[in-house]
Design a protein. Structure first.
Length: 184
């Protein structure tokens, strides 16, 4: 069981503090606070089974839903992304962006983001290692999709990377990874 709060960081200017699970009449959610340096933010992605919300505390949030023009939010404004809606966000300002937010239901978002952030930090690059990306995006494909990775890479290259990664012991760190949530 996790002890809250705890912070993860990716080495590329994003910090995410998980505050805990909130139980409500409409279901459970994990609450979080995020900080991002100017320009930092995740690539186009979709939480397949979760609704995600971000409320700006300070700074300027840029966000974009796939196929739409970028939008911006300032202090007190909220962006909500429905399950399955592809989106990205970034710090569109010149100072640190601070937001509060949540993901509902929590599912494996804490594990997934923790593993991705850890891989980015270990690689020293603004993206996770190919081995980690292949494993995590394949294992949790019912929960998370990264749209900036071309489909042929995910369907043809990822299985090869996973097989090589298993032979090289690259996935030993994931031996206690939670089971993926099955799509309804």
């Amino acid at each position: 069981m996790r002890t809250y709060p705890y912070t993860i960081e990716n080495g590329s200017g994003e910090f995410l503090t998980f505050l805990g699970i909130q139980h409500g009449a409409d279901g459970d959610r994990v609450n979080a606070e995020s900080r991002a340096l100017p320009g930092a933010g995740p690539p186009m992605h979709a939480h397949q089974l979760q609704e995600e919300a971000m409320t700006v505390v300070s700074g300027k949030l840029g966000y974009q839903v796939a196929g739409q023009e970028p939008q911006f939010a300032g202090p007190g404004e909220t962006a909500i992304f429905a399950p399955g809606v592809a989106h990205k966000w970034w710090n569109a300002g010149t100072t640190e962006l601070r937001c509060t937010g949540w993901a509902k239901p929590p599912h494996n978002v804490e594990f997934f983001l923790g593993a991705i952030f850890d891989s980015m930090k270990r690689s020293g690059k603004p993206r996770p290692s190919l081995f980690d990306a292949a494993f995590l995006l394949t294992r949790y494909k019912t929960e998370m999709v990264m749209l900036e990775i071309p489909a042929p890479v995910q369907t043809l290259l990822f299985p090869v990377l996973i097989a090589i990664g298993r032979m090289l012991g690259k996935y030993d760190r994931y031996k206690d990874a939670p089971e993926p949530i099955k799509a309804p």
